[in-house]
Design a protein around this ligand. Structure first.
Ligand code: PLP
Length: 388
């Protein structure tokens, strides 16, 4: 046998191994349920596989990443890479700090007013999550509610041009996507010199945003960015001067910014997961590319609702329907439990609306695929045919 023949044989064998691996991955993806949960939610299979492959012996170091010092070079590379990918993919300008904190977005409901509020602040009351943010802010100072969606049962959002800061307000807070109500700001208020603060927990990096229009953005990772346990905060550096030294160290943004989120032990595992998710989003073409896919997937479900001749209905103003959390009701609300149960049997899970509002909800964050969404819409059509 010549060397050329041996090479050809080994190339063929390598090719065979590669196609078997691809096939196995396809089988794995096909065999998993389609997960429409609101959060924690779908994570790309390749990210889960990468976490699993490297869990015991991270990059041949002999140790897991979750058992080495957070101040050593192995973790440091992951930490810096996660920060720089976030900066790149979100287009975070110079003059902003990117922080990875614990405590979920819920801690940010308190940290934002503790650090930034000097007297009063404005809040748009757009639903469950905005209400929670308002409740915490009220413990710190005066809250001016600049929009109140309660009269429309939080089914709509104001024209951003009509949302203006009050005199003397420290900042204006919005919730860019209400995860439970299924409404999403399509553009943002212009608040002039008053910093705009946004809870982007359920739509961070699902679309391009102009970060320079915000004073502060925060988001729990567990929907679009990776595993739960880490919260992203992007803060304009001049606002760090508002953080008082009298705050507990962990509650102080300036402390975290100065230490590059290494003041104490950071949430190592979820930051590692976030880094892998960001690499995957970069490969997909970044925020603009995922936004296009997200919009197409949302349109597919809204079309299924609209074309059902009233069997399904959306309770949400079409102008602000969320591309992340599609909520709907059945004409016969008594059929909703049956719809959710049968969907579960068909491998479509997490479709139950939040317990506070009922109905159905499909959360279709960045990791969702059009194939997954089409399985849902064909199930919806089938269920309507059988029960309509
Ligand atoms: C818009 C929004 N804000 C805040 C939160 C609370 O986040 P966490 O559980 O990370 O505290 C959630 C959780 O689903 C959310 O959807």
């Amino acid at each position: 046998m010549t060397i050329a023949e041996i090479m050809l044989g080994s190339n063929k064998a390598a090719g065979l191994v590669r196609s078997r691996k691809i096939l196995k991955k396809q089988e794995l993806i096909m065999s998993r349920p389609i997960n429409f949960s609101a959060g924690p939610s779908m994570i790309p299979v390749e990210v889960l596989e990468s976490l699993s492959a490297d869990m015991v012996n991270y990059k041949a170091t002999g140790l897991s990443l979750v058992e080495v010092s957070h101040r050593g070079p192995v973790y440091d590379e992951v930490h810096q890479e996660a920060v720089s990918l976030l900066r790149e993919l979100l287009g975070v300008p110079e003059g902003y700090s990117v922080l990875f904190l614990g405590g979920g977005a819920t801690l940010q409901f308190s940290m934002v007013p503790m650090n930034l509020m000097k007297g009063s602040a404005d809040y748009a009351n757009t639903g469950t999550w905005a209400k929670k943010a308002i409740a915490e802010a009220k413990k710190v100072g005066q809250v001016n509610v600049v929009f109140d969606g309660s009269s429309s049962n939080f089914s709509s959002l104001p024209d951003p041009a009509s949302v203006k800061p009050s005199p003397g307000s420290s900042y204006l807070h919005i919730t860019s996507n209400e995860t439970i109500g299924g409404i999403q700001w399509k553009s943002f208020p212009d608040t002039g010199s008053v910093p705009l603060v946004a809870d982007m927990s359920s739509d961070i990096l699902s679309r391009p945003v102009d970060v320079s229009r915000f004073g502060l953005i925060y988001a729990g990772a567990q929907k679009n960015l990776g595993p739960s346990g880490v919260t992203l905060v992007i803060i304009r550096d001049d606002l760090l001067e508002r953080s008082s030294d009298s705050l507990g160290a962990y509650l102080n943004y300036a402390v975290h910014a100065k230490a590059n989120s290494l003041y104490n032990t950071p949430p190592v595992f979820p930051i590692w997961g976030v880094k892998l998710v960001l690499e995957q989003i970069k490969k997909r073409g970044g925020a603009a590319a995922v936004a296009k896919e997200n919009a197409a997937q949302a349109a597919e479900i809204y079309n299924a609702i609209e074309s059902s001749e009233g069997f399904y209905r959306s309770p949400v103003d079409p102008a602000c329907r969320s591309d992340m959390n599609v909520v709907w009701r059945l004409k016969e609300e008594s059929l909703e439990a049956e719809f959710i149960a049968q969907a579960g049997k068909a491998g479509l899970i997490g479709l139950k609306g939040h317990r506070s509002v009922g109905g159905c909800r499909a959360s279709i964050y960045n990791a969702m695929t059009m194939e997954g969404v089409k399985r849902l819409t064909s199930f919806m059509a089938d269920f309507a045919r059988k029960n309509g």
